[in-house]
Write a protein that binds this ligand. Sequence first.
Ligand code: URA
Length: 258
Amino acid sequence: MRIAKAIAHAGLCSRRDAERWIEQGRVAVNGTVLVTPAHVVKPGDKVTVDGMMLPETEAPRLWRYHKPKGLVTSHKDPQGRKTVFEALPEELPRVISVGRLDLNTEGLLLLTTDGALARHLELPSTGWLRRYRVRAHGRIGQADLDKLARGMTIDGVHYGPVEARIDRAQGGNVWLTLGLREGKNREVKRLAEALGLTVNRLIRVSFGPFALGDLASGQVSEVKQRVLKEQLGAKLTAELGLSSENQRLRAARGQRKS
Ligand code: URA
């Protein structure tokens, strides 16, 4: 569909108005400002007017999911192992995950309907703390764990500062809590190995403001739109189409249709 028609369809204005807005540089598709109305939009394109998503776009939804161990965080596994997406409750729409958890990692995995939201939340620059409970074989003192606070380079990969504390010893294992902001591939296991520990259980207990809490293994729980907006802040809320103005327009369109 041509861009001006898509904007008019969303109930914002007439096609002619939309063409004028495009000439005025107020319309962007996937982050690129349009200079001509001769543009065709495809399903899934992110269209914004004055930085606000078109109201017909579904608002992004976010779920907390308690990932059980033994599931691959991928839509298809070449080795045929069961994936998170095959195991999700059937009532969920098509979702993508915010980052990944390793096969045997358990705990909080965020799921969303929106690719832009997922990409934003998994960026290290978002700066959200990811907290893990870790059971590892071996012994360590707090002084050695504190080395993680300065960041560490292992096999040429630099890992940023990590908060770490010892919770308790249990037989030949220790339980630790680690808080990190980057989420690099196998980060917890690599850091533990560098300290002489072997991780044998890994549970993510929080991701930014969202906590695993008492969500049972395999269960999902949707984050309310109000909470999502509060946590994302005003700018991102507008960019992702979660603003109350967009919701008002969406609701008005729904009423007109019925
Ligand atoms: N660190 C790891 O080593 N594995 C995970 O799944 C997450 C963080």
